[in-house]
Design a protein around this ligand. Structure first.
Ligand code: Z5A
Length: 223
């Protein structure tokens, strides 16, 4: 059995990760690839409970360290019960956020030492890394105005704009550090153009280079 590929979508609030996750899933399925879609924090029963705790805006103040450890606790469950079994069975895993988000939010936004995150990454993931990461990038105000049309804010969405600027810079630094894995997609353009750019990147994967390009279509969001 050939191991599946692990693709992650990253970026700040409202840049279009969820919308484009559905587009990519459809694209891959049209080409006969079996896809498992998931998200972080979350993806298993326990990890979804941790997600609720992390996003709860009415909880006691959450310490930076508690937040970091909860992210990795949820990730450990997700890897063991969803990601690794799916990849081993040949499915492709498409995940809305993964560890680059920890470097961006907890490393950048909360100022936690990169060495600490790196240590936890090695502990929880071993050698597991995404095969491809699409980093959707747009000015912070663009993403925020798109996302906030939804209404009530969670604990992260309640942060000030400076927090999201720092998160964006940390994501861009990740892309500079890992150019082979992380591909930057300009998200501040019409959705059809974003999706054409995404398709180009996916088709450049060695195992997909012979695929044809479908017309971008999906504008659905799972949220
Ligand atoms: N977090 C963390 O701190 N550390 C970690 O390690 C991990 C996560 C894994 C929950 O994530 C929080 O967890 C997150 C970071 C933290 N908090 N924040 N902020 P989440 O992924 O669930 O939350 P989110 O980033 O806030 O998701 P989002 O706001 O739903 O954004 P999105 O998925 O990128 O956007 P979308 O739902 O696809 O699109 C938003 C709207 O824009 C929607 O109406 C679309 O139709 C529209 N859209 C999308 N693309 C376009 C274009 N190109 N043009 C016009 N309109 C568009």
């Amino acid at each position: 059995m050939t191991r599946g590929k692990f693709i992650t979508l990253e970026g700040g609030e409202g840049v279009g990760k969820t919308t484009n996750l559905i587009f990519i899933k459809d694209y891959l399925q049209q080409h006969g690839i079996s896809v498992v879609v998931s998200r972080e924090p979350g993806g298993t029963q326990l990890a979804e409970k941790i997600r609720q705790l992390l996003l709860d805006n009415n909880s006691e103040a959450v310490s930076e360290t508690a937040e970091l450890l909860m992210m990795f606790a949820a990730r450990a469950q997700h890897i063991k019960h969803v990601i690794e079994p799916a990849l081993a069975q040949g499915h492709w895993v498409l995940c809305d956020r993964f560890t680059d988000a920890t470097y961006a939010y907890q490393g950048g936004g909360r100022n936690i030492k990169i060495g600490t995150i790196n240590w936890l990454e090695n502990l929880v993931q071993g050698t597991l890394k995404p095969d491809l990461t699409l980093l959707l990038d747009a000015p912070v105000e663009v993403g925020i105005s798109r996302a906030r049309e939804r209404g009530a804010f969670d604990r992260f969405e309640s942060e000030k704009i400076g927090f999201f600027e720092t998160v964006r810079r940390a994501y861009l630094l990740q892309a500079e550090l890992f150019p082979e894995r992380i591909k930057l997609i300009k998200a501040n353009q019409p959705l059809t153009d974003v999706q054409l750019a995404i398709t180009d990147v996916i088709r450049s994967l060695p195992c997909l280079s012979t695929l044809t390009c479908p017309t971008p279509s999906s504008t659905d969001s799972v949220k």
